[in-house]
Write a protein that binds this ligand. Structure first.
Ligand code: SF4
Length: 263
């Protein structure tokens, strides 16, 4: 290799490292720590420790879809008759198909852009979501928002929902009967939204959407398909809060997702 080619190769390698390290520092700053500031844009490794109390924890801004009017006069006998998210949301609000309707404070239908190319599916609402009626607003919701920001996506860019629309008591795992009863709502959301990509958070969401039961490492290994829509699987943010060592693997998944969305 001549010296010119060698210089070009070194330049390419440095630029590659710079880009990837910068993005990882941004993810690190967003997802691992509220107190360390890294000047990743300028690729300076200087950092300062900020007061943990000085950082304001923002509640994620959750957009509501609103561009289609609810047709109240329409007689909805079955979910198959529904043709808009607004009407489907009303149907879910009145649902009493499984036991969970007795203990819920609110149904949690889902929120975000109804024109999003990315649909994110979690497992079931938690206590905060049940109180407010919106998905991913508790601790794991804040982590999810930061993870999305690390790959340049905001909550406004995606649509987020869960497999179950009502909270299981004490955040227990959803029962298979509950998942079966509630599944038609998720399928209808997918039919209406027609996302270009699906991200399943955790094994329960992956099992439901892909209708197969394999270990998490195998779910994460490749891109799967739901009715020809590509599906990627990564860890649920609440699992990352319990097991921070998985955050790096989640970062690898998010990088793949970002690059697939760019294609
Ligand atoms: S979890 Fe689903 S099926 Fe059960 S009551 Fe709520 S909306 Fe209906």
């Amino acid at each position: 290799m001549g010296s010119d080619s060698m210089e070009k190769y070194k330049g390419f390698l440095l630029e590659y490292l710079r880009t990837h390290l910068s993005r990882y520092f941004k993810y690190y700053q967003n997802v691992y720590s509220d107190t360390i500031r890294l000047d990743s844009d300028n690729f300076k490794l200087n950092y300062s420790i900020a007061s943990a109390n000085s950082k304001k924890i923002e509640t994620p801004s959750i957009p509501e879809f609103s561009d289609v009017e609810v047709k109240k006069e329409k007689n909805i006998n079955h979910v198959a008759d529904v043709d808009s998210l607004q009407v489907l949301k009303k149907v879910v609000e009145e649902c009493q198909l499984c036991e969970l309707h007795k203990s819920r404070l609110n149904t949690v239908f889902g929120a975000g852009s109804d024109r999003s190319k990315l649909l994110i599916i979690g497992e079931a609402p938690g206590a905060e979501e049940d109180k407010i009626g919106l998905p991913f607003v508790g601790r794991s919701g804040k982590l999810l928002t930061k993870m999305l920001e690390a790959i340049d996506l905001s909550r406004e860019d995606v649509f987020i929902c869960n497999v179950l629309k009502c909270r299981p008591p004490n955040n227990r795992d959803p029962k298979s009967e509950e998942i079966k009863q509630c599944s038609m709502y998720l399928d209808k959301q997918l039919e209406i939204l027609k996302p270009r990509y699906i991200l399943a958070l955790g094994r329960i969401a992956a099992k439901r959407i892909l209708e197969k039961d394999i270990p998490m490492k195998d779910f994460r290994k490749e891109v799967h398909f739901y009715h020809n829509i590509p599906v990627m699987v990564t860890y649920h943010p609440s699992a990352l809060l319990r097991n921070p060592k998985w955050k790096y693997e989640a970062w690898e998944d998010l990088k793949k997702l970002r690059s697939n969305l760019n294609k």
